[in-house]
Write a protein that binds this ligand. Structure first.
Ligand SMILES: Cc1cc2nc3c(=O)[nH]c(=O)nc-3n(C[C@H](O)[C@H](O)[C@H](O)COP(=O)(O)OP(=O)(O)OC[C@H]3O[C@@H](n4cnc5c(N)ncnc54)[C@H](O)[C@@H]3O)c2cc1C
Length: 115
């Protein structure tokens, strides 16, 4: 599994699938040897074309959002608590952050419920 990111992603997204596939498999072959040129399957996903994300693999705020609105990011609203990778102060935007945030929020919900 690999990523095409930033300028490379923008450039390769405009190229034909066959060309992209050859380049990707060629890259894998440089790392893992010629067998990588004959995969059983080849799949790819263009996250820039996703309607709701418009890119990936992480979400980044524009400049000023953290400093202006950071404290409001995880603040519960009544009984509604927020959890997720983007709520985590550690490993923000990653699996580790998602799990930590889930655990922290579960503890906060239990504490709020008196448990
Ligand atoms: C292409 C890609 C590659 C990545 N690679 C890595 C990696 O190598 N290492 C790493 O650590 N992280 C990686 N990440 C990031 C990681 O996958 C995410 O940070 C993590 O999965 C986020 O977990 P989450 O629980 O916060 O949110 P999600 O996993 O997005 O879970 C949110 C869930 O809520 C559901 N949902 C949304 N709206 C509603 C609704 N109204 N009602 C009910 N359910 C709803 C969604 O369907 C989804 O299942 C990658 C992400 C992408 C996209």
């Amino acid at each position: 599994m690999g990523f095409l990111e930033g300028d490379e992603a923008r450039a390769w997204a405009r190229r034909p699938l066959e060309e992209r596939r050859d380049a990707v498999l060629g890259c894998f072959a440089r790392y893992f040897g010629p067998k990588a040129l004959q995969p059983r399957e080849y799949g790819e996903r263009d996250w820039m074309a996703e309607e709701l994300t418009r890119g990936c693999y992480g979400a980044h705020f524009t400049p000023g959002v953290w400093t202006a609105y950071g404290p409001a990011l995880r603040e519960p609203v009544g009984r509604i608590h927020w959890a997720g990778a983007e709520c985590s102060p550690v490993w923000n935007g990653y699996m580790e952050g998602a799990v930590r945030s889930g655990e922290d929020t579960a503890r906060a919900v239990l504490a709020a419920a008196g448990g």
